[in-house]
Design a protein around this ligand. Structure first.
Ligand SMILES: [Zn+2]
Length: 172
C-alpha cells in the first residue's frame, strides 16, 4: 500500500516506523517540516532505504487544492498542508491505491469531501481508516470511490458516497 504522509503524521510520533512492506510518499514542503533530530533521522533512513519518495505535485493540482481550500474559507492551512492535499488529488486522478495519514482535522475534512481514504496515527499505529464507497441508493450495488461511473447502470439513479470506518491496529 502507498501511504501519503502529511507533517502531522510524523511530528510528535516517536514510535513511528517505516515498514518494509509499505511504500511512503510526502511532498517537499512536508519534508521541510520534519525538523526535529529524531524525525530527521527517521526520514533520512527511510529515504536511504527507498521506502519514502518525495514528490512535487503538479501545478494544476496545487491550483485546484488552493482553490478548494479558499472556497471553503480556510485561511490557516500551511503550504505543506495544501501540497499534501494537491498530491492526494493527483494520486486519486492517477487511480493510485493509497491512504493518507494525517492527524490534522482540516486536511481530514477536505479528504472526506474528496472521498480520499485517510487515517490518523496514534503511538505509531494507524487508528481508524476512513474509506469511501459509491453506491446506488436503489439496488445498493457498490462501486469503488474512484470509479468514473456517475449513475447506476441498472437503475439510472445517481450514485451516492458513503464513508466506511475500519478499526485498525496495524503498525505503520
Ligand atoms: Zn441500482
Amino acid at each position: 500500500m502507498l501511504i501519503l504522509l502529511d507533517a502531522s503524521a510524523l511530528i510528535n510520533q516517536p514510535a513511528f516506523t517505516f515498514e518494509e512492506s509499505e511504500r511512503y510518499a510526502c511532498t517537499y514542503e512536508v519534508l521541510e517540516e520534519f525538523r526535529s533530530m529524531e524525525t530527521r533521522a527517521l526520514v533520512e533512513n527511510a529515504l536511504k532505504r527507498k521506502l519514502l519518495r518525495v514528490y512535487r505535485p503538479k501545478h494544476k493540482y496545487l491550483n485546484r487544492a488552493k482553490k478548494l481550500v479558499r472556497s471553503k474559507g480556510f485561511t490557516k492551512m500551511s503550504k505543506a498542508d495544501i501540497s499534501t492535499l494537491a498530491l492526494a488529488m493527483q494520486f486519486k486522478e492517477q487511480n493510485k491505491e493509497f491512504l493518507v495519514i494525517t492527524d490534522d482535522y482540516s486536511i481530514q475534512n477536505f479528504l472526506a469531501m474528496l472521498a480520499i481514504p485517510f487515517a490518523s496515527v496514534m503511538q505509531g499505529k494507524i487508528k481508524n481508516i476512513i474509506s469511501f464507497v459509491r453506491f446506488c441508493p436503489v439496488c445498493k450495488k457498490e462501486y469503488a470511490a474512484g470509479s468514473s461511473v456517475k449513475e447506476c447502470p441498472d437503475c439510472g439513479v445517481e450514485l451516492r458516497t458513503k464513508r466506511i470506518i475500519e478499526k485498525s491496529t496495524k503498525n505503520l
